[in-house]
Ligand binder design. Structure first.
Ligand code: 9MR
Ligand code: ZN
Length: 511
């Protein structure tokens, strides 16, 4: 397609911009479902070159009547799209349901269609290097594999809770209410904590299994050693969640707060324990060379949850060191969570976090390219996560300042993942005119159909798998994507790629 639009559409009030490429006529027509032209807009002949495309942006915000439309310019046209009050509602519910589909240790029934399966990974897990067995069933499978890892779990939980905080009304119920779904993960995380407060980094088999359904992976489960990144992330996520569940189930909230304090006591007493796969374990590493940002995030959440003097002091000490830098939101760098959450802290700590969020958002604004995202030359593995993370930060800045520029930039991140990109995909399976359809995701491959509601990792300019190397040689960064399940570096799915999209979408739906 040579006219890119958000394939899920727009609300009547939203700014609407189509991205045109190739030879352009002087005008763009908006046609309704009956094929009648309802609006004609001039096309500015100025062009921007990006990723091998010569682009022109055309504003058709004057279209505000609800309906289904297509755009036309010379020979080029767009996929059909709607203008509607709630164009993202169903997609948001599906993105949350995806977490339910990823449940481990749970009988999935007919509500999941062909993805139904008996409870998986229910055996006891052995602590690496010992004969000790621990019961750690539950949680969500991380991604296209069936591992369960604490570090990305903490990011996922934080994103979904932020989404809920930003706009609870956005969540019409899908399979489960959103807070029940997050609790499924939190209950598993609690099982991953050792008696001394430390938290095991992950529970997986020794290696990734073949493309089979979850209950067919029956190799022994192994708990990998504890790390301070996992323990600090756990402390942060538990402290944060305990505030959200206070009014729902005070006893559960108290359990999480105590678990967070125990985890904090462990990291306070220990130097960094950084994770690397031990001998014989070949599943995802989520390795990270620095745990200061995880400690900072934990300090901020504990300050918010426990109040009093001691934790705010710890948070202030950390803030004094780190707030001069940028504030990314990832699985490896949690400074953005410290910054966004820390905006609620009293006094100078809160001030400094608010400055920090604005500074980060301004840094992102400066980098926005013609396709609307802030990464141009290099797109990392899971770049769609970064796009959504950036959207979240921009949205947080909008909430703080109510400046339109931030909201519009956040919307651009959403439009990009839903269709305004150089490969014309809606990167969410089951949605849009051209959905990503062949994810690197074991249940989808086993059943021969894509599970719905999953965000693809998206372009990875490093061409980090054989399929990508073979198919994408010489492609510009934004086009380094192949909708093939063999391409795990461009087309896997993850709980923590869905989660920032959940937050971004919910935020925008309420803005
Ligand atoms: O999301 C992770 C990405 O940032 C890394 O570059 C990549 C390679 O180490 O690993 C990704 O995480 C994978 C994890 O290790 C195992 N489950 C699937 C994850 C997504 O591909
Ligand atoms: Zn499982």
């Amino acid at each position: 397609m040579n006219i890119q639009i958000n394939q899920l559409g727009y609300t009547p009030k939203m700014k609407k911009t189509a991205l045109l490429r190739g030879p352009l006529a002087d005008e763009m027509q908006v046609k309704n479902a009956a094929g009648e032209t309802v609006l004609t807009v001039p096309v500015d002949q100025g062009r921007t070159e990006l990723w091998g495309d010569s682009l022109a942006a055309v504003d058709f915000s004057a279209l505000s009547m609800e309906g289904t439309y297509t755009l036309h310019c010379g020979d080029a046209s767009s996929y059909p799209f709607v203008v509607a009050e709630s164009p993202y509602q169903d997609c948001l519910a599906a993105l949350v349901d995806m977490l339910y589909y990823q449940r481990c240790g749970c009988d999935l029934g007919p509500e999941t269609g062909v993805f139904a399966h008996p409870a998986c990974h229910t055996g006891m897990a052995r602590v690496y290097g010992t004969e000790e067995k621990v019961e750690v069933s539950g949680g969500w499978h991380d991604a296209g594999d069936y591992g369960r890892y604490i570090v990305p779990a903490a990011k996922t939980v934080a994103d979904v809770l932020l989404a809920w905080q930003w706009n609870p009304a956005a969540f019409v119920q899908g399979i489960t209410p959103v807070l029940d779904e997050v609790r499924w993960e939190l209950e598993w995380m609690l099982k991953m904590q050792r008696a001394d407060g430390a938290v095991y980094h992950k529970v997986t088999c020794a290696s990734f299994c073949g493309m089979v359904m979850p209950h067919e992976e029956t190799e022994a489960l192994i708990l990998s050693p504890v790390s301070t990144t996992a323990t600090a992330d756990f402390a942060a996520a538990m402290a944060m969640a305990s505030r959200f569940y206070q009014s729902v189930d005070a006893a559960f909230a108290q359990r999480m707060k105590e678990a967070a304090l125990q985890a904090w006591a462990f990291i306070a007493d220990n130097d960094p324990i950084l994770f690397r796969n031990p001998e014989g374990i070949r599943t995802g590493g989520y390795g990270d060379g620095y745990d200061g940002d995880e400690r900072l995030w934990a300090a901020v959440e504990l300050a918010l949850t426990c109040g009093g003097d001691s934790y705010p002091k710890a948070a202030r000490e950390w803030l004094a060191v780190i707030d001069q830098n940028s504030a990314p939101l990832g699985w490896a760098d949690m400074r953005g969570y410290a910054a966004i959450e820390g905006m609620q802290l009293p006094g100078e700590a809160g001030e400094s976090c608010r400055r920090w969020v604005r500074k980060e958002a301004d840094r992102l604004l400066e980098r926005i390219n013609a396709y609307g995202i802030t990464m141009t030359d290099y797109l990392p593995w899971g770049s769609n996560m970064d796009v959504c993370n950036h959207g979240m930060l921009l949205f947080a800045a909008y909430q703080l300042t109510h400046q339109e520029t931030y909201r519009l930039a956040a919307e651009k991140q959403l439009h990009y993942v839903l269709g305004v990109n150089p490969v014309s995909y809606c990167y969410v399976s089951g949605f849009g005119s051209r959905p990503m359809s062949h994810p690197h995701h074991r249940p989808s491959v086993a059943q021969g159909v894509a599970q719905p509601g999953m965000l693809s990792g998206g372009p990875c300019s490093g061409l980090a798998d054989a399929c990508a190397k073979e198919r994408l040689q010489g492609q510009p960064a934004g086009k380094c994507f192949v909708d093939d399940h063999a391409s795990y570096s461009t087309n896997e799915i993850c709980i923590y790629w869905n989660s920032p999209l959940i937050a971004l979408m919910a935020g925008i739906m309420g803005a």
